[in-house]
Design a protein around this ligand. Structure first.
Ligand code: 5RP
Length: 225
């Protein structure tokens, strides 16, 4: 069901794509549905360029013949489409489950419109049941972990399949920080976290999302900010 819902949301997002657009292209299983639909459209003659939010999404785009560019060449994007791990009623997000939050935030911020695609399980009243990913400089791991623990989070360094620290596409580490569903003032917390030395980026996306296309059962609903 969840996979069907992800595809339904991705199909709804693909309808917003028009010829000639430059698109931000997200990361994760929902975004991969979007990339696959985009690939089919490109093979049928749609002309777009994309900026991918991860090496993995970029590789998938290349396989499907979706042309890629960079923010150097195209600093302003028409539209960015991405998934999310959670969203609340104010369209604040927790992202980064796939480890791409830094590039995802850069691309979303460069887009005139940022639209999120999700299945219904991602909608929450209060953010935080999903552990908040925080991308850090490795040297700052312990001080940042202690500060997070002081705020009540249970903190885990993300590991890869070999049991060594997971490295983001930009070479940083991720602290998955479980607060429980208690992040009731995400904007203030986001600002606070951004000022901590050693934090490169965090997975709170506040005030960025134009709308969420959320698929539940047999329909896609649009939730606007
Ligand atoms: C990757 C992300 C993804 O958008 C998020 O993890 C959702 O993934 P999925 O669509 O697989 O549930 O932020 O960094």
């Amino acid at each position: 069901m969840s996979d069907t819902a992800k595809r339904m949301a991705a199909l709804a997002a693909a309808e917003l794509v028009q010829n000639g657009m430059c698109l931000g292209i997200g990361t994760g299983s929902t975004a991969e549905h979007f990339i696959s639909i985009l690939g089919e459209r490109v093979q049928s003659g749609l002309s777009i360029t994309g900026i991918a939010t991860s090496d993995r999404s970029a590789a998938m785009c290349r396989r499907l013949g979706i042309g890629l560019t960079s923010l150097d060449e195209t600093p302003v994007l028409d539209l960015a489409i991405d998934g999310t791990d959670e969203f609340d009623g104010g369209l604040n997000l927790i992202k980064g489950g796939g480890g791409a939050l830094l590039r995802e935030k850069i691309v979303a911020a460069a887009a005139k419109r940022f639209i999120v695609i999700a299945d219904g399980s991602k909608q929450v009243d209060v953010l935080g049941a999903f552990p908040l990913p925080i991308e850090i400089i490795p040297m700052a791991r312990i001080p940042i972990s202690r500060r997070l623990a002081d705020l009540g989070a249970s903190v885990a360094l993300r590991l890869d399949a070999a049991g060594t620290p997971f490295q983001t596409d930009e070479g940083h580490w991720i602290l998955d920080s479980a607060f429980g569903p208690k992040i009731s003032a995400p904007e203030a917390f986001a600002k606070d976290l951004s000022a901590w030395p050693g934090v490169v980026e965090h997975g709170l996306f506040c005030g960025m999302t134009e709308r969420v296309l959320v698929a539940t059962a047999d329909k896609v609903t649009t939730i606007r900010s």
